[in-house]
Design a protein around this ligand. Structure first.
Ligand code: URA
Length: 254
């Protein structure tokens, strides 16, 4: 992957060490090249809902498996009013997701934090700023992708999502993915990766590989959660490698 100098500056700002090939005029002189050579991680039933007479007007349909499928605005309304798990009691608002409903890239995180709960948008805290920089290093911004979370409501004190909360929210995320139909999904962190891919494999064993979600299969790449990268900046190098893998897989399809 060829890196423009703007991307190079983003990577430097992220603290990611980038080795660049020397330009011919630089051989024997200072390093000023432009090519990257290598770069230094009580269960509610949400699936069956009767479809009302007014279903079409309400944006509701049923897929062949009998699951209710809502159009985008109906889905947003449904999420905003969701009371399927106890997390609705503590939320300021739901965090549906942000970006382009026709995006080629979909990024999936864990759950809203305090700032996201306050603003109603995913990844707007410190981890979100890092995520924005990672996207910019790929030549993308958050308006071009779609960013969502496994959970739409903030768990108290930022604890891990519970299995019953994940199950309650699962149908919303599946419908988001089926509507956006991204060409690539980037799973951010263990909770997103394990729940999306229905596995208990540790994240360290999942990153750097290609997985698939759904049918027709959408490629999935797993990388570390930006909040983890803030705590462990040395892992940013691996995360950048994951992003490059994602970009390569994406480019293969276009
Ligand atoms: N962490 C997440 O996983 N999602 C957010 O929206 C914010 C922080």
């Amino acid at each position: 992957m060829r890196l423009a100098s703007r991307q190079y500056r983003y990577l430097q700002a992220l603290g990611i060490e980038v080795y660049r090939e020397r330009e011919p005029q630089d051989r024997g002189g200072s390093l000023k090249g432009t090519d990257l050579k290598s770069v230094p991680g009580d269960t509610p039933d949400t699936s069956v809902v009767a479809v009302s007479h007014n279903a079409e007007a309400e944006g509701i349909a049923a897929d062949p498996a009998g699951k209710v499928v809502l159009d985008w605005e109906a889905l947003q309304r449904e999420v905003a009013g969701c009371r399927l798990c106890p997390l609705h009691e503590g939320r300021t608002q739901t965090v549906f997701g942000v970006g382009d409903v026709n995006a080629d890239w979909m990024l999936i995180g864990e759950a809203p934090g305090a700032e996201e709960d306050r603003r109603g948008e995913p990844f707007v805290g410190r981890a979100g700023k890092l995520l924005d920089s990672m996207l910019r290093a790929l030549g993308l911004d958050r308006q071009q992708v779609f960013i969502a979370n496994i959970l739409k409501c903030r768990p108290p004190n930022n604890r891990d999502p519970r299995p019953e909360e994940i199950l309650a929210c699962e149908n919303y995320l599946n419908q988001q993915i089926n509507t956006v139909k991204p060409r690539l999904i980037l799973a951010l962190g263990r909770v997103a990766a394990q729940n999306l891919l229905k596995t208990e494999t540790p994240i360290g064993k999942m990153r750097g590989k290609r997985f698939h979600y759904g049918d027709p299969p959408i490629p999935v790449v797993v990388t570390y959660h930006p909040a983890y990268l803030l705590r462990s900046p040395r892992e940013k190098r691996k995360s950048w490698q994951d992003l490059q893998l994602a970009m390569n897989i994406y480019n293969e399809q276009t």
